[in-house]
Design a protein around this ligand. Sequence first.
Ligand code: SF4
Ligand code: SF4
Length: 320
Amino acid sequence: MSRKCIKCGVCEMVCPSTLSPLRLIDNKRSRNQPLPEALDCTTCNACVAACPMGVHITKSIEKMRDYFKTPGYGETLYNISTYGASIVPEGRPKPNPRPCKTAYFAGCLTGYRLQHISDAVTKTLDHMGIEFTRIDERCCGSPLNRIGRFDLAREMLEKNLRQFRELGVETIVTSCPGCTSTLLEYQEEFDVCHYLDLYDSYDIYGALHKEPYRATLQYPCHLYRNVSPYTMKVAENILKKMCEYVPLEEAERCCGAGGGVRRNDIGLARMLKKRKADDIRRLAPDVVAVACPQCSIQLSEDARAEDLSILVARNLRLIA
Ligand code: SF4
Ligand code: SF4
């Protein structure tokens, strides 16, 4: 048990999953054996944000997960050690790294499986006149941190940082909240920003026009809680410029996909999503805007979910 914990139970009340964060961090009760319910944590950080004592609940849970060997965790470890990516990579053209002050880092899911997101971001950066480079990306280490392999995660991150340093990169633009919060550990060396924050600082609003559709917004946990709640204000302001924005009830509640839960236990991931899917159904938007590849995959099962980068690029007539 963390010495700081006063057993107030607030973490229990905010947890969207089936586990008991308090029981998990209570070593006496668990006899110092990690409990299998550690696998059910989506690492949404709602408990950490609410804890009045600043207990690092999620970090403790991630540490425990190193103890478990599940097929899902095995797949993550295999893919990263074999391909340098958390998924089996396919269909990405080799980048042509060149010295540049700005780099775009897509991440594994966006770079290999959801390339329409990286396509939309890169076309918008071109449109804004921002010169950027791409490195030969390796997994940033975020999925390894989620399963307690902090050592390997750091090794993977270093492979990317080395390339940024060699190219003289000062600003790293991201499109995945997991990559963003992982790279932010190096914020003293690099300026790390999600594309939404970059669009905001370039005042993209004036270039956008209103179109006749209704959109709601899911807040990605790692962007909203680990990076900045302001980024979600930016997302809302962009949506208000492009369409009729209808707020989603408890937009900050986890969609159920994160922390490796979707890969490890798809049944649990879908169960955790049910309340959100019901909220979306009641609101009946034309599109659910997201800013996270995991949320995009998870919510696309129930609704038309599109990354904001795509909605923006389409609004600017950069993509169909
Ligand atoms: S919210 Fe923090 S202080 Fe309260 S029970 Fe949970 S870990 Fe302990
Ligand atoms: S990080 Fe989220 S899912 Fe995990 S224990 Fe905390 S509130 Fe629950």
